[in-house]
Each structure stands twice: as C-alpha cells, then as structure tokens.
Ligand binder design. Structure first.
Ligand code: B1M
Length: 212
C-alpha cells in the first residue's frame, strides 16, 4: 500500500532520495502515477506553501523541496506519457515574464505530452516576444501561460495584448493557469481558456484544438 503521507512529508522536508525511493516503491506496487502525483507530491508542496506563507519556512527550504518534487515527477513522467500517441498538435508553454515558478508549468507540459501533444517548453520569465515567436516561427497552435504570483498576472495580459498587436492572435489559441488565475481573469484578458490544474489543462488543449 503506497504511503502518500510519507511521500508528501518527504517533499516537504526536501528529501529527494526518500522521494525517489517511495515513488519507485509505489510504482512497483502498481499505484497509478496520477495518484502518486496528486495525493503525494502535490499535497506535500501545497502544505509547504502554507508554511512558506506563514514564514515558518523560507526560500531555501522551498527550493530544496522543489528539487525533491522534481525528482519524483521525473520518475513519473514516462508513466504519464502515452508512448504510442501520435502528435495531436503543438503547444508552447511558459511561465510569464517576472515569474520563476516552474513546477506547475512543468506538470502541465508533462500532462500535455501524456495526452499526445508536442510540447515546446519556453521556460520561466518568458517575454511576450518569446510567446509571439513560438506562434509565428515554431509552429505552436496553442500558447500556455502560467503565473503563480498576483504581481505577474498582468504579464499574461501584456503577453496577450502583444500577440494581438503583432497580428497573430487569430492564428493561435491561448490557455492560462496558475494558482491565482481564475476563469473570470481569463475572460477579462481575452484568453481562450483557463484550467485549474494540469490534468484539465490537457483536456482543455484538446477542446481548443478541436479534437473533442
Ligand atoms: Co513562491 N510563492 N515565491 N516560490 N511559491 C507562492 C506562489 C506563494 C503563494 C507562497 C505563499 O505566500 N503562500 C507566494 C505568492 C503570493 C501571491 O502572489 N499572492 C509566493 C511568493 C511570494 C514568492 C516570492 C515573491 C518569495 C520571495 O522571494 N520573497 C518569490 C518570487 C520569485 C519569482 O517568481 N519572481 C518566490 C519564489 C519561490 C521559489 C523559487 C522558492 C519556489 C519556486 C521553485 C520552482 O518553481 N522551481 C517557490 C514555490 C515552490 C512556491 C510554492 C510554495 C509552491 C508552488 C508550486 O510549485 N506548487 C507557492 C505556494 C503554493 O502554491 N501553495 C509559492 C505546486 C504546483 C504543482 O502547483 O504551481 O499552482 P501550481 O500549479 C498547478 C495549478 O496552478 C495549475 O496546474 C498545476 C498542477 O495542477 N497550473 C496551470 C499552473 N500553471 C498552469 C498553466 C495552465 C493550466 C494550469 O495553462 C497554461
């Protein structure tokens, strides 16, 4: 029986080796990769977020936990991806300008790949110009923008405005997400869609590209 509590605690404590061992054991026991992700790794990171907010832990601890989380997600990656899927389209994902949070964006990329999309990962602190380049020169049919800070949410609007001004808005679909982002914000800034988590981001991409 997988010990989700122990996985969450290991992420919180930044114990990458323990995360690796527990995740590997859970997979060997036949536990679904999605459960390990949602009930173990993400729970740990969210709990750490509460401690971070209350100044009970600080940036160094959070960075170490992020590394431990990455160790776990890298092990799950091949299990979340469908090796036989033909590319369903090209999605460029990035965390918007000014924002360095990439765990959620990486999970979105992973779930999109798992759903059969070709993913261009633009990284973090992505400028509006880089999103425009992905749409015009790299074949992206969907742009996925992630923001984790209330102070970087305006970068989503700036990026969408720049895409419109560059004359490429009608060539590309735009989906957005991240903890502070909402459907009403998506409506306000003129995005084509919003999703609250990585799994529904992959579903949304299928809808935006006309597959369902
Ligand atoms: Co930061 N941080 N952080 N941080 N950090 C938050 C976001 C914060 C909520 C913590 C808190 O106070 N409780 C707070 C923001 C407050 C606010 O704006 N209202 C905060 C702050 C303040 C900061 C700094 C300013 C702290 C400082 O320096 N004083 C600083 C800013 C740096 C910058 O970006 N310029 C900072 C720095 C950092 C670290 C570098 C230490 C580290 C990031 C490491 C990394 O990403 N490699 C970090 C972390 C880890 C967090 C918390 C603890 C965890 C974020 C995370 O990875 N969650 C976070 C607290 C929290 O969220 N509970 C916090 C797990 C992840 C799976 O969830 O990213 O929400 P999330 O992604 C989800 C969904 O949102 C959605 O799917 C994902 C999976 O289901 N989703 C999308 C995400 N993107 C999507 C895109 C889509 C669709 C869905 O379509 C394209």
């Amino acid at each position: 029986m997988a010990d989700f509590r122990a996985i969450a605690d290991a992420v919180k404590a930044g114990r990458a080796k323990i995360v690796k061992t527990l995740v590997t054991e859970a997979i060997a026991e036949g536990v679904a990769a999605e459960s390990i992700l949602n009930d173990g790794l993400i729970v740990g990171m969210n709990e750490l977020g509460v401690l971070f907010k209350n100044n009970e832990v600080y940036v160094p601890e959070v960075l170490i936990a992020a590394r431990a989380m990455k160790t776990g997600t890298e092990i799950l990656k091949p299990l979340l991806a469908d090796a036989n899927a033909q590319s369903r389209g090209v999605v460029a994902v990035g965390t918007v300008k000014g924002d360095l949070h990439d765990i959620g964006k990486n999970l979105v990329a992973m779930m999109l790949e798992g759903a059969g999309f070709t993913v261009i990962d633009l990284g973090v602190d992505v400028s509006p110009e880089a999103f425009i380049d992905a749409a015009t020169n790299q074949g992206a049919q969907i742009l996925g923008m992630s923001a984790l800070l209330t102070t970087t949410m305006p970068s989503i609007k700036l990026s969408i405005d720049a895409i419109r001004e560059a004359g490429v808005r009608d060539k590309v679909k735009i989906m957005i997400g991240g903890a502070p982002v909402t459907q009403s914000f998506a409506d306000e800034v003129g995005a084509d869609g919003y999703s609250p988590d990585a799994a529904s981001a992959a579903d949304l991409a299928k809808v935006l590209i006309g597959l369902v």
